[in-house]
Design a protein around this ligand. Structure first.
Ligand code: OMP
Length: 306
């Protein structure tokens, strides 16, 4: 079975990018040319509008990204039609040769986590190549995802030091033996990652480390050498490219940086008439922002733009 860590590193080398674009479609911000009257409140027409928007985004960013990252919340709002839009989005992303990272942040008791792992890492209609996992329930909550990923040649990103302002309330709790909770989890993840390290030194077990916490990332990078970092918080949450160096290894690899709103809604920078833009104008704005983000991240990685 191929090591997923190798697959992700090689995809990044092949496309000279470490960017992931999040597919967090908010119907309120989708211009009329694509929304076609879909109603954000009632969900009327949501499936078509969400899929149409995601297809424009995927076409615009495909050459600039290592993967796309659907955020389950924006699909679950609309129940079955939202999930159908997700299924169609995953199929379309796959047809463009893209890796799919479902940002589901799942975690439960063992048997339920095993069912979630089958849903997101198996062969079902919403399964992708990677999934985010919430480790709050401890090892019997996240191990079913890691075991499923190892067997399926897929990847898992475990929430470790999240990008949000209140992450420290729990993640930074000081432990009796000294050190903080997130560092204790980082050491445990390194132990688990070491079970499945590929040719390039990385495992199918990854970790989520917010781009808003570069100092913490520096310490985590040292303790967690075998895990690829998923780095959200760049762009809309204030994480800047300049602060991203500590997330990468000495080769400028080992992390993928995600951005959703800053890229998805780049066309809103034109002013309040954004809702009447044409599909071509929408696509161009999104593609240009993704290209800019890719180049800014590559500069920090020590890669010159092509
Ligand atoms: O797992 C995630 O992707 C995630 C972890 C984290 O610590 N912070 C975080 O923002 N995210 C997700 O990453 C995306 C960030 O969106 P933007 O702030 O618009 O780039 C959202 O879908 C969040 O749910």
């Amino acid at each position: 079975m191929s090591h997923f860590g190798d697959r992700l590193i090689e995809e990044g080398r092949r496309k000279r990018t470490a960017l992931v674009v999040g597919l967090d479609p908010d119907l309120r911000f989708i211009p009329e040319a694509i929304r076609q009257g879909a109603d954000p409140e009632t969900g009327e027409g949501a499936e078509e509008a969400i899929f149409a928007f995601n297809r424009v985004v995927i076409d615009a960013v495909a050459e600039h990204v290592v993967a796309v990252k659907p955020q389950l919340a924006y699909y679950e709002i609309y129940g079955a039609s939202g999930i159908t839009a997700l299924e169609r989005t995953i199929r379309y992303a796959r047809s463009k040769g893209l890796l799919v990272l479902n940002d589901a942040k799942r975690g439960d008791i063992g048997p339920t986590s095993a069912a979630y792992a089958r849903a997101f890492l198996g062969d079902g209609p919403i399964a992708g190549d990677m999934v985010t996992v919430n480790p709050f329930l401890g090892s019997d909550g996240y191990m079913p995802f890691i075991e499923t990923a190892e067997a399926a040649g897929k990847g898992v990103f475990v929430l470790l030091k999240t990008s949000n302002p209140s992450s420290g309330e729990l993640q930074d709790l000081k432990l009796d033996g000294g050190g903080m909770l997130y560092m204790k989890l980082a050491e445990e993840l390194e132990r688990l990652a070491a079970r499945s390290i590929g040719l390039h030194g990385y495992s199918c077990v990854g970790a989520v480390v917010g781009g808003t916490y570069p100092e913490e990332a520096r310490a985590i990078r040292t303790a967690l050498k075998s895990a690829i970092f998923l780095v959200p918080g760049y762009g809309a949450q204030g994480g800047s490219a300049d602060s991203l160096r500590p997330f990468f290894d000495a080769r400028g690899e080992g992390a993928i940086v995600s951005s959703s709103r800053a890229i998805l809604y780049a066309y809103r920078n034109v002013g309040e008439h954004w809702s009447s833009l044409s599909e071509a104008e929408i696509s161009r704005a999104i593609g240009e922002e993704a290209s800019r983000a890719k180049d800014a991240i590559n500069a920090v990685r020590g890669l010159r733009s092509q």
